[in-house]
Design a binder for this molecule. Structure first.
Ligand SMILES: CCCC/C=C\CC(=O)SCCNC(=O)CCNC(=O)[C@H](O)C(C)(C)COP(=O)(O)OP(=O)(O)OC[C@H]1O[C@@H](n2cnc3c(N)ncnc32)[C@H](O)[C@@H]1OP(=O)(O)O
Length: 292
Protein backbone atom coordinates (compact mmCIF):
# COMPACT_ATOMS: atom_id res chain seq x y z
CA UNK A 1 0.00 0.00 0.00
CA UNK A 2 2.71 2.46 1.09
CA UNK A 3 4.93 1.27 -1.76
CA UNK A 4 2.21 1.74 -4.38
CA UNK A 5 1.33 5.21 -3.09
CA UNK A 6 5.01 6.08 -2.91
CA UNK A 7 5.68 4.92 -6.44
CA UNK A 8 2.76 7.00 -7.72
CA UNK A 9 4.06 10.01 -5.82
CA UNK A 10 7.59 9.56 -7.13
CA UNK A 11 6.35 9.17 -10.69
CA UNK A 12 4.47 12.45 -10.24
CA UNK A 13 7.64 14.12 -8.98
CA UNK A 14 9.69 12.66 -11.83
CA UNK A 15 11.80 10.13 -9.88
CA UNK A 16 12.32 6.91 -11.81
CA UNK A 17 12.65 3.62 -10.00
CA UNK A 18 13.47 0.07 -11.07
CA UNK A 19 16.16 -0.55 -13.64
CA UNK A 20 16.89 3.13 -14.18
CA UNK A 21 17.60 3.42 -10.48
CA UNK A 22 20.02 0.50 -10.35
CA UNK A 23 23.65 0.81 -11.35
CA UNK A 24 26.74 -1.37 -11.02
CA UNK A 25 29.58 -0.15 -8.85
CA UNK A 26 33.26 -0.71 -9.73
CA UNK A 27 33.35 -4.04 -7.87
CA UNK A 28 30.29 -5.25 -9.74
CA UNK A 29 28.11 -4.82 -6.64
CA UNK A 30 24.56 -3.68 -7.24
CA UNK A 31 23.96 -0.13 -6.09
CA UNK A 32 20.41 1.22 -5.90
CA UNK A 33 20.41 4.94 -6.46
CA UNK A 34 17.46 7.22 -6.22
CA UNK A 35 17.94 10.93 -5.82
CA UNK A 36 18.03 11.31 -2.08
CA UNK A 37 18.74 7.87 -0.68
CA UNK A 38 21.68 5.75 -1.78
CA UNK A 39 21.78 2.06 -0.99
CA UNK A 40 25.12 0.26 -1.10
CA UNK A 41 25.66 -3.43 -0.44
CA UNK A 42 28.63 -3.71 1.87
CA UNK A 43 31.58 -5.98 2.40
CA UNK A 44 29.71 -7.68 5.25
CA UNK A 45 27.53 -10.36 3.63
CA UNK A 46 23.82 -9.66 3.89
CA UNK A 47 24.31 -6.06 5.00
CA UNK A 48 23.44 -2.91 3.05
CA UNK A 49 24.39 0.66 3.90
CA UNK A 50 21.72 3.32 3.34
CA UNK A 51 23.15 6.81 2.98
CA UNK A 52 20.86 9.81 3.36
CA UNK A 53 21.71 12.23 0.58
CA UNK A 54 19.26 15.12 0.72
CA UNK A 55 21.53 18.17 0.95
CA UNK A 56 22.08 20.53 2.55
CA UNK A 57 20.80 19.04 5.83
CA UNK A 58 18.97 15.75 5.07
CA UNK A 59 15.66 17.28 6.08
CA UNK A 60 12.81 14.81 5.81
CA UNK A 61 10.94 16.08 2.79
CA UNK A 62 7.98 14.17 1.36
CA UNK A 63 10.14 12.90 -1.51
CA UNK A 64 12.91 11.83 0.85
CA UNK A 65 10.50 9.95 3.14
CA UNK A 66 8.95 8.16 0.18
CA UNK A 67 12.29 7.11 -1.28
CA UNK A 68 13.52 5.97 2.11
CA UNK A 69 10.47 3.75 2.71
CA UNK A 70 10.72 2.28 -0.78
CA UNK A 71 14.42 1.50 -0.27
CA UNK A 72 13.73 -0.26 3.03
CA UNK A 73 10.85 -2.18 1.50
CA UNK A 74 13.05 -3.33 -1.41
CA UNK A 75 15.75 -4.50 0.99
CA UNK A 76 13.22 -6.33 3.17
CA UNK A 77 11.83 -8.11 0.13
CA UNK A 78 15.30 -9.08 -1.10
CA UNK A 79 16.15 -12.10 1.01
CA UNK A 80 19.90 -11.59 0.51
CA UNK A 81 19.76 -8.71 3.00
CA UNK A 82 19.42 -9.26 6.76
CA UNK A 83 20.73 -5.97 8.11
CA UNK A 84 21.04 -2.31 7.19
CA UNK A 85 23.30 0.45 8.47
CA UNK A 86 21.70 3.92 8.27
CA UNK A 87 24.08 6.81 7.88
CA UNK A 88 24.45 10.20 6.20
CA UNK A 89 26.19 11.43 3.10
CA UNK A 90 25.91 15.08 4.27
CA UNK A 91 29.01 16.07 6.26
CA UNK A 92 28.27 16.81 9.92
CA UNK A 93 24.53 16.21 9.68
CA UNK A 94 22.72 12.92 10.14
CA UNK A 95 19.33 14.56 9.57
CA UNK A 96 17.89 17.98 10.48
CA UNK A 97 14.54 16.29 11.11
CA UNK A 98 11.20 17.04 9.51
CA UNK A 99 11.37 19.53 6.69
CA UNK A 100 9.95 22.74 8.12
CA UNK A 101 8.89 23.96 4.68
CA UNK A 102 6.55 20.95 4.39
CA UNK A 103 4.76 22.22 7.50
CA UNK A 104 4.65 25.91 6.61
CA UNK A 105 2.19 27.77 4.37
CA UNK A 106 0.63 24.65 2.81
CA UNK A 107 -2.96 23.42 2.69
CA UNK A 108 -4.63 20.72 4.86
CA UNK A 109 -4.41 18.11 2.08
CA UNK A 110 -0.66 18.60 1.90
CA UNK A 111 -0.31 18.39 5.69
CA UNK A 112 -2.31 15.13 5.65
CA UNK A 113 -0.14 13.63 2.91
CA UNK A 114 3.05 14.73 4.61
CA UNK A 115 2.06 13.49 8.06
CA UNK A 116 0.99 10.10 6.69
CA UNK A 117 4.43 9.80 5.07
CA UNK A 118 6.09 10.59 8.42
CA UNK A 119 3.94 7.97 10.16
CA UNK A 120 4.63 5.34 7.46
CA UNK A 121 8.36 5.98 7.65
CA UNK A 122 8.36 5.53 11.43
CA UNK A 123 6.29 2.33 11.27
CA UNK A 124 8.56 0.93 8.57
CA UNK A 125 11.75 1.65 10.53
CA UNK A 126 10.39 0.77 13.98
CA UNK A 127 8.92 -2.59 12.92
CA UNK A 128 11.52 -3.56 10.32
CA UNK A 129 12.37 -7.27 10.11
CA UNK A 130 15.91 -6.23 9.24
CA UNK A 131 18.51 -5.43 11.89
CA UNK A 132 18.87 -1.64 11.69
CA UNK A 133 21.99 0.01 13.07
CA UNK A 134 22.25 3.81 13.04
CA UNK A 135 25.75 5.11 12.28
CA UNK A 136 25.12 8.67 13.43
CA UNK A 137 27.81 10.75 11.77
CA UNK A 138 26.34 14.17 12.45
CA UNK A 139 23.84 16.22 14.33
CA UNK A 140 20.35 14.73 14.62
CA UNK A 141 17.56 16.86 16.09
CA UNK A 142 13.87 15.95 16.27
CA UNK A 143 12.81 13.73 13.33
CA UNK A 144 16.48 12.84 12.72
CA UNK A 145 16.75 11.64 16.29
CA UNK A 146 13.48 9.72 15.91
CA UNK A 147 14.93 7.71 13.02
CA UNK A 148 18.01 6.82 15.07
CA UNK A 149 15.92 5.94 18.15
CA UNK A 150 13.82 3.59 16.02
CA UNK A 151 16.83 1.50 15.01
CA UNK A 152 18.02 -1.53 16.98
CA UNK A 153 21.41 -0.05 17.88
CA UNK A 154 23.01 3.40 17.74
CA UNK A 155 26.66 4.34 17.22
CA UNK A 156 27.39 8.08 17.50
CA UNK A 157 30.47 10.00 16.35
CA UNK A 158 32.45 11.54 19.19
CA UNK A 159 32.16 15.16 18.13
CA UNK A 160 30.78 17.65 20.68
CA UNK A 161 29.16 19.65 17.87
CA UNK A 162 26.87 16.70 17.10
CA UNK A 163 23.73 17.07 19.18
CA UNK A 164 20.91 14.61 19.46
CA UNK A 165 17.44 14.88 20.96
CA UNK A 166 13.81 15.83 20.50
CA UNK A 167 13.90 19.65 20.53
CA UNK A 168 10.31 20.23 19.36
CA UNK A 169 9.32 22.48 22.28
CA UNK A 170 12.04 24.94 21.18
CA UNK A 171 10.14 25.30 17.91
CA UNK A 172 6.83 25.79 19.72
CA UNK A 173 5.73 22.25 18.80
CA UNK A 174 4.33 19.39 20.87
CA UNK A 175 5.80 15.98 20.05
CA UNK A 176 3.29 13.37 18.91
CA UNK A 177 2.70 10.55 21.40
CA UNK A 178 4.63 8.05 19.26
CA UNK A 179 7.76 10.25 19.20
CA UNK A 180 7.43 10.40 23.02
CA UNK A 181 6.86 6.63 23.29
CA UNK A 182 9.96 5.93 21.20
CA UNK A 183 12.08 8.11 23.49
CA UNK A 184 10.57 6.71 26.71
CA UNK A 185 11.22 3.15 25.47
CA UNK A 186 14.87 4.09 24.96
CA UNK A 187 15.88 6.32 27.88
CA UNK A 188 13.05 5.83 30.38
CA UNK A 189 10.24 7.97 31.76
CA UNK A 190 12.01 10.48 34.00
CA UNK A 191 14.81 11.29 31.57
CA UNK A 192 12.21 11.71 28.79
CA UNK A 193 10.09 14.02 30.91
CA UNK A 194 13.02 16.40 31.31
CA UNK A 195 14.44 16.02 27.80
CA UNK A 196 11.08 16.55 26.06
CA UNK A 197 9.83 19.49 28.11
CA UNK A 198 13.12 21.35 27.82
CA UNK A 199 13.70 20.30 24.19
CA UNK A 200 17.21 19.17 25.11
CA UNK A 201 19.81 18.36 22.47
CA UNK A 202 22.57 16.22 23.98
CA UNK A 203 26.26 16.09 23.06
CA UNK A 204 27.70 12.56 22.62
CA UNK A 205 28.93 11.99 26.19
CA UNK A 206 25.51 12.87 27.65
CA UNK A 207 23.61 10.93 24.98
CA UNK A 208 25.68 7.88 25.92
CA UNK A 209 25.15 8.38 29.63
CA UNK A 210 21.37 8.62 29.11
CA UNK A 211 21.29 5.49 26.94
CA UNK A 212 20.11 7.50 23.94
CA UNK A 213 22.98 5.89 22.02
CA UNK A 214 24.75 2.59 22.68
CA UNK A 215 28.29 3.59 21.72
CA UNK A 216 30.29 6.73 21.06
CA UNK A 217 33.35 6.23 18.86
CA UNK A 218 35.86 8.40 16.96
CA UNK A 219 34.28 9.97 13.92
CA UNK A 220 36.24 7.91 11.38
CA UNK A 221 35.14 4.65 13.04
CA UNK A 222 31.37 5.16 13.09
CA UNK A 223 30.54 3.05 10.04
CA UNK A 224 33.10 0.32 10.73
CA UNK A 225 31.84 0.01 14.32
CA UNK A 226 28.25 -0.19 13.07
CA UNK A 227 29.25 -2.99 10.72
CA UNK A 228 31.04 -4.98 13.39
CA UNK A 229 28.08 -4.58 15.77
CA UNK A 230 25.90 -5.88 12.95
CA UNK A 231 27.92 -9.11 12.83
CA UNK A 232 26.98 -9.76 16.46
CA UNK A 233 23.27 -9.16 15.77
CA UNK A 234 23.32 -11.35 12.67
CA UNK A 235 24.71 -14.25 14.69
CA UNK A 236 21.17 -14.64 16.08
CA UNK A 237 18.77 -16.58 13.81
CA UNK A 238 16.43 -14.11 12.08
CA UNK A 239 13.14 -15.71 13.06
CA UNK A 240 13.76 -15.70 16.83
CA UNK A 241 15.23 -12.21 16.78
CA UNK A 242 12.36 -10.87 14.65
CA UNK A 243 9.68 -12.45 16.88
CA UNK A 244 11.40 -11.03 19.95
CA UNK A 245 11.67 -7.55 18.40
CA UNK A 246 8.04 -7.66 17.39
CA UNK A 247 6.97 -8.76 20.87
CA UNK A 248 8.79 -5.79 22.40
CA UNK A 249 7.74 -3.13 19.86
CA UNK A 250 4.26 -4.21 18.75
CA UNK A 251 2.24 -2.43 21.45
CA UNK A 252 3.97 0.90 20.77
CA UNK A 253 3.41 0.62 17.02
CA UNK A 254 -0.17 -0.63 17.42
CA UNK A 255 -0.98 2.46 19.45
CA UNK A 256 -0.26 4.62 16.40
CA UNK A 257 -1.82 2.18 13.91
CA UNK A 258 -5.06 2.25 15.93
CA UNK A 259 -5.10 6.06 16.06
CA UNK A 260 -3.47 6.85 12.73
CA UNK A 261 -6.32 8.87 11.21
CA UNK A 262 -6.96 10.82 14.43
CA UNK A 263 -3.24 11.54 14.68
CA UNK A 264 -3.29 12.99 11.14
CA UNK A 265 -6.28 15.14 11.98
CA UNK A 266 -4.57 16.35 15.17
CA UNK A 267 -1.49 17.27 13.18
CA UNK A 268 -3.51 19.22 10.60
CA UNK A 269 -5.43 21.11 13.30
CA UNK A 270 -2.28 21.90 15.26
CA UNK A 271 0.01 22.87 12.39
CA UNK A 272 -2.67 25.02 10.71
CA UNK A 273 -3.00 27.34 13.73
CA UNK A 274 -1.83 30.87 13.01
CA UNK A 275 0.36 30.90 16.12
CA UNK A 276 2.14 27.67 15.09
CA UNK A 277 2.62 28.87 11.51
CA UNK A 278 4.11 32.07 12.88
CA UNK A 279 6.58 30.29 15.17
CA UNK A 280 7.71 27.99 12.36
CA UNK A 281 8.28 30.96 10.07
CA UNK A 282 10.26 32.75 12.77
CA UNK A 283 12.33 29.60 13.40
CA UNK A 284 13.10 29.23 9.67
CA UNK A 285 13.92 32.92 9.43
CA UNK A 286 16.32 32.62 12.38
CA UNK A 287 18.07 29.70 10.68
CA UNK A 288 18.63 31.93 7.64
CA UNK A 289 19.66 34.96 9.74
CA UNK A 290 22.37 33.12 11.65
CA UNK A 291 24.40 32.98 8.42
CA UNK A 292 24.67 36.75 8.18
C1 LIG B 1 3.18 18.75 15.51
C2 LIG B 1 4.47 18.44 14.85
C3 LIG B 1 5.34 17.62 15.68
C4 LIG B 1 6.63 17.17 15.05
C5 LIG B 1 7.36 18.24 14.62
C6 LIG B 1 8.62 18.36 14.29
C7 LIG B 1 9.68 17.42 14.30
C8 LIG B 1 10.86 17.99 13.57
O1 LIG B 1 11.67 17.23 13.13
S1 LIG B 1 10.96 19.70 13.35
C9 LIG B 1 12.57 20.00 12.70
C10 LIG B 1 13.52 20.20 13.83
N1 LIG B 1 14.82 20.48 13.31
C11 LIG B 1 15.59 21.44 13.77
O2 LIG B 1 15.29 22.13 14.70
C12 LIG B 1 16.91 21.63 13.06
C13 LIG B 1 16.97 22.95 12.39
N2 LIG B 1 18.23 23.10 11.71
C14 LIG B 1 19.40 23.40 12.34
O3 LIG B 1 19.49 23.50 13.53
C15 LIG B 1 20.59 23.55 11.45
O4 LIG B 1 20.16 23.80 10.15
C16 LIG B 1 21.54 22.34 11.45
C17 LIG B 1 22.25 22.25 12.82
C18 LIG B 1 20.81 21.05 11.15
C19 LIG B 1 22.62 22.55 10.36
O5 LIG B 1 23.26 23.78 10.54
P1 LIG B 1 24.13 24.41 9.34
O6 LIG B 1 25.04 23.37 8.80
O7 LIG B 1 24.71 25.66 9.88
O8 LIG B 1 23.09 24.69 8.18
P2 LIG B 1 22.01 25.87 8.10
O9 LIG B 1 21.37 26.10 9.42
O10 LIG B 1 22.64 27.04 7.45
O11 LIG B 1 20.92 25.21 7.15
C20 LIG B 1 21.11 25.09 5.74
C21 LIG B 1 19.78 25.29 5.04
O12 LIG B 1 18.90 24.25 5.44
C22 LIG B 1 17.70 24.83 5.98
N3 LIG B 1 17.19 23.94 7.04
C23 LIG B 1 17.80 23.55 8.15
N4 LIG B 1 17.02 22.71 8.85
C24 LIG B 1 15.87 22.58 8.15
C25 LIG B 1 14.67 21.84 8.37
N5 LIG B 1 14.48 21.05 9.42
N6 LIG B 1 13.70 21.94 7.44
C26 LIG B 1 13.87 22.73 6.35
N7 LIG B 1 14.98 23.45 6.10
C27 LIG B 1 15.97 23.37 6.99
C28 LIG B 1 18.15 26.19 6.52
O13 LIG B 1 17.06 27.04 6.65
C29 LIG B 1 19.12 26.61 5.43
O14 LIG B 1 18.34 27.03 4.34
P3 LIG B 1 18.82 28.27 3.41
O15 LIG B 1 18.99 29.45 4.32
O16 LIG B 1 17.73 28.44 2.41
O17 LIG B 1 20.13 27.81 2.82
Amino acid sequence: MALAAGRAMLMRSGVRLGTQAAARGGNGARRFMNHRVVVEPNTVPGVAVIKFKNPPVNSLTLEFLTEFVICLEKLENDKTFRGVVLTSDCPGIFSAGLDLREMCGKNPAHYAEYWRAVQEMWLKVYLSNLVLVAAINGTSPAGGCLIALSCDYRVLADNPRYRMGLNETLLGLVVPFWFKDTLVNTIGHRASERALQLGLLFPPAEALQLGMVDQVVPEDQVQSTALSVMTQWLAIPDHVRQLTKNMIRKATADHLIKHQEADIQNFINFISRDSIQKSLQVYLENLKQKKH
